[in-house]
Design a protein around this ligand. Structure first.
Ligand code: NAD
Length: 498
């Protein structure tokens, strides 16, 4: 049987909720919020905020769908997930345009993000849900076996910096493991999750398997507190993560996955290839206007190569094209919101007041034809001290701090001088140094002679305040299934212990 071609709906600025298999508007009494298009500062959509009753409706739809979905064999689920990835690949250009309008990142990056979502559905289509057989005593035919069972309905709360990728990292493993989902995107970038819901609907999953309810903190809190929802998967800030964990235990306890912020370092050792290290430092800071959780704003450079490194970095950063993110040649697009741009600019200005040297960028940029877009030049600062706010806080913008070091011990101390623990980078040609540092750094993700790589095959997540639980890889399955252990006595005999 041939499948009808999937077509992205034209109007994705209204009725952005997807409950029980249908796009809907919520009640006229729901409060609304505006979504702005970062590239031009115009209102893209006005969206109703989901109330507790809307979350309950979505959770009930999900419960019904989950019962049906759990009966679908893993092989059949896998086939359905692969159809999802095919459709994503076929529609990468159109989906990317929506992602850019919603988020502001350059379209070249958006395309890579969207293709990685297809890879994620592919990976989880083949996920291993096998249980174990555990022999106990052969003589009287005793053994145990384990089943990996779905949790039920998973509530997912997303961030705005990688809208479709965040959604896919949660939805693909959740449904591959037999769960249904209630997804709340960030109110700053609500569209691509709706596209994903359309795609899942198109490939024929039960109505209600993926529900999208838009909203902010209230809607998110309702997800955490709903008795119909058995698990919460969250991506966002540490401050919100703490509230999520509290709310997820306020009535019924439920497991939580927290993918939180970071404050990472990238260490450039004296023997590294400078061109490669400059590329790495840029990859660690300038994707998605610097709004990347695993970014390493602290770039630690060995004193012996500080001068050539800095010179090359400034040269190459000044070549990056700031422009309309819908243009293929653009490398720096628009910041997510006017408020966030002010926040990042505030960090830069504050650092300069505290004595940092501004060696490149850091000003608002004006892009031809888009005078109201939220554009900011990528920024490089030096003369950083540990007392500065930029040294301690997650900036979440394109602000690269050059921090010179002398000894390996000093580099390690600065890299670990944070309460976060999401990522770290090491540039060196010395094998034992690279792997020694990889072991000693307290972070969930370490990059050697590269930075910010992701793969659905590889677990991703944080140490310390950067959260707990892992997304991607086999590790993700642990967080979307629960073990059931079954003890069996097949001997027809049972000794009376009394
Ligand atoms: P945020 O914490 O402000 O919001 C995240 C989500 O939580 C949004 O959907 C928001 O509406 C919702 N929310 C807010 N208050 C809530 C509440 N009380 N209860 C339930 N939900 C609530 O974060 P943000 O500004 O959207 O994203 C930026 C942060 O996310 C940064 O700190 C970044 O490092 C982090 N992040 C982490 C990862 C990761 O994988 N570790 C990935 C991307 C972003």
């Amino acid at each position: 049987m041939g499948m009808q071609k999937f077509v992205i709906p034209k109007n994705l600025t209204k009725a952005l909720h997807f409950i029980g298999g249908t796009r809907i508007n919520l009640g006229s009494y729901n409060p609304t919020f505006d979504v702005f298009e970062p590239r031009n500062g115009q209102v893209l959509a006005t969206v109703e905020e989901g109330k507790r009753s809307d979350i309950e409706e979505a959770a009930q739809a999900a419960l019904g769908a989950q019962e049906k979905w759990a009966l679908v064999s893993p092989a059949e689920r896998g086939m359905i997930l692969r159809r999802v990835s095919d459709i994503i690949r076929h529609n990468v250009d159109d989906i990317s345009v929506w992602e850019v309008r919603d988020n502001g990142k350059p379209i070249s990056e958006a395309k890579a993000d969207i293709l990685s979502c297809a890879d994620t559905f592919d990976y989880f289509s083949g996920v291993d849900l096998n249980g174990e057989h555990i022999p106990l005593a052969d003589v009287d035919e005793r053994f145990a076996y384990t089943r990996r069972e779905p949790l039920g309905v998973v509530g997912c709360i997303g961030a705005w910096n990688f809208p479709m990728q965040t959604a896919s990292w949660k939805i693909a493993p959740a449904i591959a493991c037999g769960n249904a989902v209630v997804y709340k995107p960030s109110p700053l970038a609500p569209v691509s999750a709706v596209i994903l819901a359309h795609i899942l609907h198109h490939v024929g999953v039960p109505d209600g398997l993926l529900n999208v309810v838009q909203g902010g903190a209230h809607t998110g809190a309702a997800i955490c507190q709903s008795r119909a929802i058995s698990k919460v998967s969250f991506t966002g800030s540490v401050v919100t993560g703490k509230i999520i964990a509290q709310n997820a235990a306020s009535d019924f306890v439920k497991p939580v996955t927290l993918e939180l912020g970071g404050k990472s370092s990238c260490i450039i050792f004296e023997d590294s290839n400078i061109e490669l290290a400059v590329t790495g430092a840029m990859m660690a800071n300038f994707f998605s206007q610097g709004q990347v959780c695993s970014n390493a704003s602290k770039v630690l450079v060995h004193k012996s190569i500080l001068e050539p490194f800095t010179k090359a970095l400034v040269e190459r950063t000044s070549e990056m094209i700031i422009g309309d993110p819908l243009n293929e040649s653009t490398r720096i697009g628009a910041t997510i919101s006017a408020e966030h741009l002010e926040k990042v600019k505030g960090y830069i200005d504050g650092a300069v007041e505290e004595g940092a040297h501004l060696i490149h960028g850091g000003n608002r940029a004006v892009v031809n034809g888009l005078p109201n877009g939220y554009f900011l030049e990528p920024c490089i600062l030096s003369n950083i001290t540990p007392q500065m706010k930029v040294y301690k806080d997650e900036i979440f913008g394109s602000v690269l701090l050059i921090i010179p070091f002398d000894t390996d011990e000093e580099a390690l101390r600065i890299a670990n001088d944070t309460t976060f623990g999401l990522a770290a980078g090491i540039f060196t040609n010395n094998l034992s140094k690279a792997h020694g540092f990889a072991r000693k750094i307290r972070a969930g993700n370490v990059y050697i002679n590269t930075f910010n790589d992701v793969s659905p095959y590889v677990p991703f997540g944080g140490y310390n305040q950067s959260g707990y639980g892992r997304e991607n890889g086999k590790a993700a399955v642990e967080h979307y299934t629960q073990y059931k252990s079954i003890f069996v006595n097949a001997s027809n005999k049972l000794e009376n212990p009394f």
